[in-house]
Design a protein. Structure first.
Length: 344
């Protein structure tokens, strides 16, 4: 339906003066797709950067390893120059039956490594710490001298790690160690000391070790251990009334002076001395015995009798072996002045 002279078109349908002028000046060309060649746009080709080879491939042979791995770090397959394999294969068909190599191997990243503690690293660390250390005393050049002048050994531990707090409960533990032979103890005190310390005494090494961690501080535990050591030492010297009731059967070792062997030996020597004065020749006499018979204590102090005493005590306490039997044989020959070779 055409609009009449009296009908007015809406404002949005009326062409403006500017649009009518542009339509008259410009004539749009109808282009059929495919008849005209379009100019090809030259696309800039993006250059692909090749990845650099791993550091282990370009590392020189004389590379300083302390510069490559200066501190503790997780395993890096591209840095380590030697082949490493770790992992598990379920069957021979998996990975051709070969344990995975270091390339992208997560199993190598799990455990800690010691690539930062090589001899070169330790040498550099010692060179830095040398300025903070004092010179070792010249007189303490052997372990025997160190043990003589410093008989008590104290052992503590410090822990350094990366955490919000530097405190570690394990650092409070302390221990002291010493040799029982360094203490001035008689047989009674030594036996009582061993019974008081229990399994803290090592019979093979003759070492006594006290360890504790009951106090919150390390210094407190060291003072506590020294206090316990002092108390046990003086307690071992005390003689209780009930200890006097200890009989010969209760002894844990063989004592020649407490057994009948001493009386039998003295009685035998007295009889031999009496016979020697009447009938024996000079070569068979016991010359070490005095002319006048003295008391038992004086006779037991003579060297041949002391050797016999030590030999028979070792034979009972240490058991029968080549050394104890041979020592016992020689002591008997010296005690009785036996000149000819006697085989046991």
């Amino acid at each position: 339906m055409k609009p009449g002279p009296d009908r007015v078109l809406p404002l949005r349908q009326l062409p403006t003066q500017r649009q009518s002028v542009e339509s008259e000046e410009e004539f749009r060309v109808y282009e059929i797709e495919g008849l005209k060649k379009l100019t090809e746009l030259k696309k800039s080709k993006r250059s692909l950067n090749q990845p650099s080879p791993p550091r282990s491939k370009t590392m020189p042979v004389d590379q300083d390893w302390t510069d490559v791995w200066p501190s503790a770090s997780t395993f890096k397959w591209g840095t380590v120059p030697f082949p490493v394999r770790q992992g598990r294969i379920l069957s021979s068909s998996e990975n051709e039956g070969i344990v995975p190599s270091k390339y992208g191997n997560l199993e190598l990243m799990k455990p800690p490594n010691f690539l930062h503690l090589t001899p070169s690293h330790i040498k550099k660390h010692c060179a830095v710490l040398k300025d903070f250390c004092t010179q070792w005393p010249q007189g303490l050049d052997t372990d025997e001298k160190c043990r003589r002048f410093f008989p008590l050994e104290t052992k503590t531990s410090d822990y350094v790690f990366s955490a919000p707090s530097i405190r570690d409960d394990r650092a409070r533990f302390a221990s002291i160690k010493f040799y029982l032979s360094d203490l001035k103890l008689d047989y009674h005190a030594r036996d009582k000391f061993i019974r008081l310390v229990g399994d803290r005494y090592n019979k093979k090494t003759d070492e006594v070790t006290f360890e504790t961690g009951r106090c919150p501080l390390k210094s407190q535990n060291i003072e506590f251990l020294k206090f316990v050591f002092t108390v046990v030492y003086f307690e071992s010297w005390k003689h209780e009334d009930w200890e006097n009731s200890k009989e010969l059967q209760d002894m844990e070792q063989y004592f020649w002076d407490l057994n009948a062997s001493r009386k039998n030996c003295i009685s035998l020597l007295k009889k031999i001395k009496t016979i020697d004065e009447n009938k024996a020749t000079e070569s068979n006499r016991l010359d070490y015995l005095p002319s006048d018979i003295l008391d038992e204590d004086t006779l037991c102090a003579l060297p041949p009798i002391q050797d016999y005493k030590a030999a028979i005590e070792d034979l009972f306490n240490e058991g029968e072996n080549f050394q104890t039997i041979n020592k016992y044989k020689e002591s008997v020959k010296s005690l009785l002045n036996i000149q000819e070779n006697v085989s046991l």
